[in-house]
Ligand binder design. Structure first.
Ligand SMILES: Nc1ncnc2c1ncn2[C@@H]1O[C@H](COP(=O)(O)OP(=O)(O)O)[C@@H](O)[C@H]1O
Ligand SMILES: [Mg+2]
Length: 130
């Protein structure tokens, strides 16, 4: 995750935790548990990270355990629900996807403003000095 997002990414810790929960769920609860394929896709969008975890589906349904006070497990999807700005589950020909998004604020606002870069590049060209 560090390699993909960068060690200083503001969402790194939250995304790492939630990805770990979802991949563990796919390994334990889905039909991918016996060596089947699990696919992880991460996109760093404008103000959020989007993550897809795709497994082989199966009889178990990913659902948040609401009564976790005294339960030993059942916290993974509750964490996803609480720490993400959106999440859901869908099935298609690729399998079952559990996805979530974590919002963050970029520390270097220049990165989110391409017009600023264009302006700087123009200013640094020799003809721009005339
Ligand atoms: N990828 C998945 N495939 C099938 N069932 C799932 C998946 N993820 C979660 N579940 C179901 O949702 C429940 C809640 O998941 P979670 O909150 O992570 O708790 P835990 O993994 O400790 O049981 C699981 O017990 C399981 O029944
Ligand atoms: Mg779990």
């Amino acid at each position: 995750m560090k390699q993909k997002l960068g060690a200083n990414h503001p969402a790194l810790d939250d995304v790492t935790l939630l990805v770990s929960e979802l991949v563990t769920n796919a390994l334990i609860h889905s039909n991918s548990r016996n060596g089947g394929r699990i696919t992880l896709a991460i996109a760093d969008c404008h103000d959020r990270i989007h993550v897809d975890v795709v497994d082989a589906g199966g009889e178990n349904i990913p659902q948040v355990c609401e009564d976790i006070m005294f339960a030993e497990g059942g916290r993974g999807l509750m964490l996803v629900k609480l720490m993400s700005c959106a999440w859901n589950v869908y099935e298609d020909s690729a399998g079952r996807t559990v996805w979530f998004q974590v919002k963050y604020t970029r520390e270097d606002s220049d990165l989110s403003c391409p017009r600023k870069w264009a302006h700087r590049e123009a200013a640094s060209r020799p003809e721009a000095a005339h």
